[in-house]
Design a protein around this ligand. Structure first.
Ligand code: ADP
Ligand code: G6P
Length: 483
């Protein structure tokens, strides 16, 4: 067996150009953080974009970018500003992303963006084909590359190709509104195995294939001439040990060595007696329900004034897709809401919300997870939501309460969390109160079960399961062909 070629739009590393040099930082987002652990362990190369427009990388630094990428077994695909506009901001994030997350009114159907999407998928296909041996396995990831499996299959009919969709696959009634729905489904069906996080996404996909391409499936298999495509669900896990070890290490550090951020969190505890900490962490994305979360927190302070000075919401939002108008509007809305709530409820000793709009190093993320009493995660739609899982993994003393939206893929596995409907303010307000008042024994009882599950189904196991199913699917096809 050859190597595994992983392909995703974004590499796990982000390149930034500083004055005369380059700076390499880890990419944020579930796909990159999750898959990185699998990539590190095995014999794989990862093909994707560095996050910089090609024209902005000075010629004398191009070699260095390549070198830095190679250190992590990555091969960069260069995207021009024009491609980034049409393919990335355009079709990927102004058409597919909103549509697949049920924000139909945000979805734009621009033929030029579609053309760019096709061209850039072709560019990725060429990068794969240049590096592909017949015995290699190809693993394509996510909604930016839905056409790639077919493009590779057309050139290499016998190669093993897996595809995993990290975001929801919407109901066929939503999907069918897409003008290029046939091409998208055919593109995905170039794979031997198509994976989703949940059974519902898988069902929606099969229904779309039936409705739009008129192809039936039997026991999750679609027969296409001399090929069979298998469809299945694989809920992505996390590198549990990494999060729980990091949390333990940081707790055992002498306080003088603690980060400034941790000191600020300690200050929270000291300055406001008995104050509890609620955290929320996400990319600043309209699918994450951030605005409703802040509103619900405001309603909570209104309904339960005894909690003034006794609770604080620490909200970490990472800038994301800042060229898309909806993200700019959301930024404004969040700034205003935070200002409004802080203005209305703050006292001389207390600010109800601490809001950070930036990416943070891993250690700060761990500080936040492990210092908090409650995690408030309220997406209106989310393929999986790894933050919910990371939060549970860092709770080494098994205390802490997770409030989680039923619209996140993760809610299917994390039943012991307080599950809420993100559009129901009253329910969120009550869940916040329940979480803040939950007896320690109950917190521990719930987290014990959650941790047991997350420890068992790690990201490593997820990747192994996917790759084993891919091989099985391929072997079965070869057998059928031989018969
Ligand atoms: P999505 O993939 O939609 O961004 P997930 O919750 O699945 O949502 O994944 C987000 C990932 O990004 C997590 O692994 C989390 O640790 C990481 N992350 C989120 N916020 C930050 C931040 N401010 N700084 C660094 N990493 C972050
Ligand atoms: C989600 C998507 C990923 C994407 C990530 C960050 O996790 O599933 O494909 O990489 O968000 O978004 P970005 O647009 O910055 O790559």
């Amino acid at each position: 067996m050859g190597k595994t070629i992983i392909i995703s739009n974004r590499l796990p590393l982000q390149i930034n150009i500083t004055e005369k040099d380059i700076e390499v930082t880890p990419s944020v987002g579930g796909l990159a953080t999750g898959l990185k652990s699998f990539h590190k362990e095995g014999d794989s190369i990862w093909i994707g974009w560095t996050g910089m427009p090609e024209e902005e990388i000075p010629d004398d630094l191009k070699g260095k970018v390549l070198e830095e990428a190679k250190k992590q077994n990555c091969l960069p695909v260069d995207l021009t500003s024009e491609e980034i506009e049409g393919f990335y901001y355009g079709f990927s994030n102004r058409t597919i992303w909103p549509l697949f997350h049920y924000f139909m009114e945000y979805s734009e159907f621009e033929p030029e963006d579609w053309e760019s999407y096709k061209r850039v998928n072709q560019k990725y296909a060429e990068a794969v084909l240049e590096n592909l041996n017949d015995d290699d396995e190809v693993w394509v990831h996510d909604y930016q590359l839905l056409l790639l499996p077919k493009m590779i299959r057309d050139k290499k009919p016998n190669v093993t190709i897996g595809f995993f969709n990290h975001i929801p696959f919407p109901s066929s009634e939503v999907f069918r509104t897409l003008p290029w729905r046939e091409e998208i489904l055919e593109g995905m069906l170039g794979a031997d195995l198509i994976g989703f996080h949940t059974y519902d996404y898988e069902r929606h996909f099969l229904r779309s294939v039936k409705l739009i391409l008129r192809k039936d499936s039997t026991f999750n298999e679609i027969h296409l001439g001399n090929r069979i495509v298998r469809v299945d669900s694989f809920p992505m896990g996390i590198d549990y040990q990494k999060f729980s070890d990091a949390s333990l290490n940081q707790q055992n550090q002498p306080s003088s060595e603690n980060s400034n951020f941790q000191k600020k969190l300690d200050y929270h505890k000291n300055s406001t007696s008995d104050a509890k900490l609620i955290i929320s962490i996400d990319r600043l994305d309209y699918t994450k329900g951030i605005a409703n979360r802040i509103r619900a927190y405001g309603y909570f302070l209104e309904k339960y004034p005894e909690y003034k000075e006794k609770v604080r919401l620490v909200m970490l939002a990472v800038p994301s897709r800042t060229n898309v108008p909806q993200y700019q509007l959301l930024k404004k809305e969040v700034d205003e809401l935070v200002g409004r709530i802080n203005g209305r409820f703050a006292t001389v000793n207390w600010t109800p919300i601490w809001y950070f709009f930036r990416s943070m190093p891993f250690e700060n993320l761990i500080d936040l997870y492990s210092s908090s009493d409650v995690a408030l995660i309220t997406p209106t739609r989310d393929g999986m939501n790894l933050v919910a899982k990371e939060y549970i993994a860092t709770r080494t003393d098994q205390t802490g309460v997770l409030i989680l939206s039923e619209m996140a893929g993760a809610a299917h596995e994390l039943n012991e969390a307080l599950i809420i409907n993100p559009n129901n303010f009253e329910q969120i307000v009550d869940a916040i109160k329940t979480a803040l008042e939950m007896p320690k024994e109950e917190q521990i009882r719930r987290n014990k079960m959650l941790q047991k599950r997350l420890k068992r189904y790690t990201v490593e196991k997820w990747a192994k399961d996917f790759m084993n199913s891919l091989r099985e699917a391929k072997n079965r096809i070869s057998k059928i062909k031989a018969e």
